[in-house]
Design a protein. Structure first.
Length: 615
């Protein structure tokens, strides 16, 4: 009998070992370099997920993941259990509900609004299951299992189009990883089919959320997780090919003087400097040398789990293959393309057509002393008297605070460093319901505050708060860079010509603007239209800048607006640019001079095609 306790202990050890070995195929090696949580930071993290109206379900799961993945996790069980309890209360558990299995994004909501919530929570919850399940108490483990069980239903009930890139890839990861973690091969199969669909679509149409400084980072999250933690070698290989393609896009469009993506952007919330969540991955890859600080709001465990190092030759290409002309597809229509001419100190880029209220359809990057904080020349149409994108309003079903601009009809051409575009509001699509109460109609081209603004023959008075642009033509000068800007057409909502203004609003935003007022009051009828011809050049001294102004001013241009048709012409450096558009339908009636590479999917760098490769 005296050996009985020893025998029982041995049997228990064998049983536990067997159970662990049965589940060991569900886990992989967790990230090794997770730092100890500083007491003050940890206390702040727990406080931030105490119930309050703006508490997010995503924040709760992030905190749980960090608390479980960091050293000292065994002392946090009670807090982790409570956090899970709150998160479970935010999940819709009603089988009769349309949002069954999804989450209220914010604590204040009575039901799920933004249905992406289930994707974001699951993205991190399944990491917890794969990497750290053995660190959870039995109560916390049961909570996680329930959350993931119902999340499968929520994911299935959320339809996601393949062109919604960041959420589509996140859903793909979720299904692949849930299949692996829950031993449900049918989920893995579903995720594998989604990946194949996205690859096929993207080879033909490119990345639709193109050059987004926020959502390219989210794409890299999901693809990095696939490469790092999926056990299916075929799925891992396809994800790695997709990762390389996303980094190909980043490298091709990189503007080193400002250490950010150049060109026009899809879904960019930073009006003035074009930065976003992607910076986290750029820091990890060593591309950001001017600001190496980590984002304190980013969960460290999640960050390390997503980490993937791009090939060094991509960064080298971005730094040395200059000048370069880049074009890429970003949708299914002929006009769904983006292009950019990149030099040493300036880049100019445009999209063939506007994509929505969060895009930045035309941008010029100029090297400046502020580096990444140098303001971009950014064009958009505004109905809220918000020329710098600083006034956020509730948007979408969950009321996310965003500073949306208008969604006008936008069409463009680019040939090298010459761009011709028109923008007209109202556009083809009706405005979102939560943004229909407009107070004005303006067109803005935000520019760096430090840029000199010239007329054809003299420097404009930099001290005036408002002044007309003589002849609707002006020039920006910063360092050795010149930008010529000609307003070929600027009309109010009655169709009458108006003069563009140079406006300085103080020093708060380190920016000033070139603006056209189409209507100073809420526009009821009519249409506001503007058309610009823009050219850049670098390496100019005083004589070169004077010569640039003379040549640009002498370039033949014309603009005609009859009924709903606008006809634009401009003599570019390489070719004539012609753009004719029916503003009522958005149809391009005639175009000439655009670089032909814009029609070649998915990505072209100096005439060389870059494809999305898979094993």
């Amino acid at each position: 009998m005296k050996y009985f306790p020893v025998l029982v202990s041995c049997l228990l050890f064998i049983l536990v070992t067997h159970v662990w070995s049965q589940d060991s195929n569900l886990t992989t090696t967790p990230p090794a370099n997770i730092p100890v949580l500083e007491p003050a930071a940890e206390a702040s993290a727990w406080k931030k997920i105490e119930p309050r109206p703006t508490l997010g379900c995503r924040d709760i799961m992030s905190t749980i993941l960090d608390a479980t993945g960091a050293p000292g996790y065994q002392y946090r069980s009670a807090k982790i259990e409570k956090a899970f309890e709150n998160l479970e209360s935010m999940q819709d558990r009603d089988p009769a509900s349309r949002t069954y299995g999804n989450f209220r994004w914010y604590w204040r909501e009575s039901k799920p609004g933004d249905l992406n919530a289930v994707e974001f929570v699951t993205q991190q919850g399944v990491i917890l299951k794969l990497l750290y399940a053995d660190r959870l108490s039995s109560k916390a483990s049961e909570s996680l299992d329930r959350i993931l069980k119902y999340a499968v239903e929520g994911i299935h009930r959320q339809g996601v189009n393949v062109d919604y890139t960041n959420i589509y890839l996140m859903k793909t990861w979720n299904l692949l990883a849930l299949g692996q973690a829950l031993k449900r091969p049918e989920l893995s199969s579903e995720g594998a089919k989604m990946m194949d669909t996205w690859i096929t679509f993207s080879r033909k149409n490119g990345i639709t959320e193109f050059l987004s400084p926020t959502y390219l980072g989210t794409d890299l999250d999901s693809l990095g997780l696939m490469v790092n933690y999926l056990t299916d070698p075929q799925a891992k290989g396809k994800a790695e090919g997709a990762l390389r393609f996303v980094w190909d896009n980043i490298a091709a469009n990189w503007f080193e003087p400002a250490q950010r993506l150049g060109g026009s952007h899809g879904r960019d919330y930073d009006y003035l400097t074009g930065h976003g969540y992607l910076d986290q991955h750029l820091r990890d890859a060593g591309w950001l040398t001017s600001d190496s600080r980590k984002n304190p709001a980013q969960p460290r465990v999640f960050d390390e789990a997503c980490r993937w190092s791009p090939p060094p030759e991509l960064h080298q290409m971005a730094l040395t293959e200059i000048p370069r002309f880049v074009s890429q597809r970003c949708g299914t229509n002929d006009f769904d393309w983006a292009s950019q001419q990149i030099g040493h100190h300036v880049s100019i880029g445009v999209v063939g057509a506007g994509k929505g209220v969060e895009d930045k359809p035309f941008r010029v990057n100029i090297a400046g002393p502020a580096g990444p904080k140098t303001v971009i020349a950014n064009f958009f149409m505004d109905g809220r008297n918000d020329p710098y994108g600083s006034k956020t309003i509730p948007t979408g079903a969950s009321g996310h605070m965003k500073a949306h601009h208008l969604d006008p009809l936008f069409r463009a051409l680019q040939s090298g460093s010459d761009v011709l575009f028109c923008s007209s509001y109202p556009g083809v699509k009706p405005p979102p319901k939560d943004e229909s109460n407009y107070s004005c109609l303006n067109s803005h081209l935000d520019i760096p505050e430090e840029a000199e603004v010239w007329s054809v023959d003299h420097l404009l008075d930099q001290k005036l708060t408002t002044q007309p642009i003589p002849g609707n033509i002006c020039f920006l000068r910063m360092g050795d860079v010149a930008v010529g800007i000609r307003f070929l057409l600027a009309e109010d909502t009655f169709g009458k010509p108006v003069t563009a203004q140079l406006i300085s609003d103080g020093h708060q935003f380190n920016a000033k603007r070139l603006s056209v007022t189409h209507s100073a009051v809420p526009p009821e009828n009519g249409r506001g239209t503007v058309a610009l011809f823009v050219r850049t050049e670098e390496g100019l001294d005083n004589a070169g800048f004077s010569n640039f102004r003379r040549k640009f001013a002498a370039a033949k241009t014309s603009a005609d607006h009859q009924d709903s048709v606008i006809r634009l012409k401009a003599d570019g450096i390489k070719t004539h640019l012609i753009l004719e558009v029916d503003l009522s339908t958005g149809k391009i009636l005639h175009s000439e001079g655009c670089d032909p590479s814009v029609q070649i999917p998915p990505l072209i760098i100096n005439g060389k095609k870059v494809d999305l490769s898979t094993p």
